[in-house]
Design a protein around this ligand. Structure first.
Ligand SMILES: [Zn+2]
Length: 297
């Protein structure tokens, strides 16, 4: 498959690079709504197709493959076109926007994202948003301009918006309200507390929980999960990053999502199969069907 050509390497220093074993399969199949399969990681390489096979074997039946720049966005769309288990999200990452702006390239790249977003296998604009952790004051205007344009692209194409929000909760919320949030707005790798979860509840914004929800030092995140309206909860790996406990720091991939979902069900005190079925239904509501025949109908 031509899309397999692009591979990136995740930072490997000081980490245990053995892949965790597969979890017990989930009782009801669901989706990983945020992954980066272009990254290679660990001693044992998994190409996108192997990774998806391994995920399907434990009940993760499909993924949203997420771009962070033009190259990975094109790759994501191409992979989605070739593999029915994949839908694509396309965007320029908030940490890319200031660099592109400085090079005078931001508007040209945004036009290309807008073009890619019109393809049927592209069901989200993301990941976009604001990152005040890695980008300082001087990059903020470019980040905000880029984020606003991504919001408009999602609305124009009537597809979902996947938000990267790092240390920027208030400004993300203010920007969504100022520009007008798309109907399907998702906080990817939700990192807020109960207060932000209530704001999401009021606005009908989705909260996608990642491996961080399993971390011992994350009780505020699990509290946010219990506050979140059940119909707004999604799950993701953000692989190869944010590997769930008990494998934190090791290579992550969509087949490890069940560890996070089990911890979510435990935190909610709910039946695992019910939680899985709800996450699956929520995910299809946001991105549409993974089945090409149904999607065309
Ligand atoms: Zn990501």
């Amino acid at each position: 498959m031509p899309a397999a050509g692009l591979r990136k390497r995740h930072q490997s220093e000081g980490r245990d690079l053995t892949r965790p074993e597969s979890p017990e399969p989930l009782p009801f199949p669901l989706y990983d709504n945020h992954a980066h399969l272009e990254f290679e990681d660990g001693h044992e390489q998994l190409d996108p197709s192997d990774s998806l096979d391994r995920a399907a074997a434990v009940g993760v039946r499909g993924i949203v493959q997420v771009g962070t720049d033009l190259e990975t966005s094109r790759w994501s769309a191409q992979l989605a076109e070739h593999d029915p288990r994949v839908l694509a999200a396309v965007a320029l990452h908030p940490n890319e926007a200031p660099k592109l702006f400085a090079q005078g390239q931001l508007s040209a790249h945004l036009s290309e994202i807008s073009r890619l977003a019109a393809q049927p296998c592209v069901r989200a604009v993301g990941e976009t948003g604001l990152d005040f952790f890695r980008t300082g004051e001087d990059g903020r205007d470019a980040q905000i301009e880029s984020f606003e344009t991504h919001i408009e692209i999602a609305r124009a194409n009537k597809i979902a918006l996947q938000i990267h929000d790092r240390d920027a909760h208030d400004e993300v919320v203010a920007t969504l309200k100022r520009v007008g949030a798309p109907d399907k707005t998702v906080f990817h790798c939700f990192s807020g507390d109960a207060t932000l979860a209530r704001i999401c509840n009021e606005n009908g914004w989705y909260m996608s929980f990642s491996g961080t929800a399993t971390f011992k030092n994350a009780p505020a995140l699990r509290e946010a999960l219990s506050v979140a309206r059940p119909e707004l909860v999604l799950a993701e790996t953000d692989s190869p990053f944010l590997t769930p406990e008990p494998f934190r720091g090791r290579p992550n991939a969509p087949y490890l999502l069940p560890y996070t979902v089990r911890r979510m069900a435990e935190a909610l005190g709910e039946d695992l199969a019910e939680v899985c079925a709800r996450i699956a239904a929520n995910t299809e509501r946001v991105y549409g069907s993974w089945d090409p025949a149904e999607a065309a109908a």
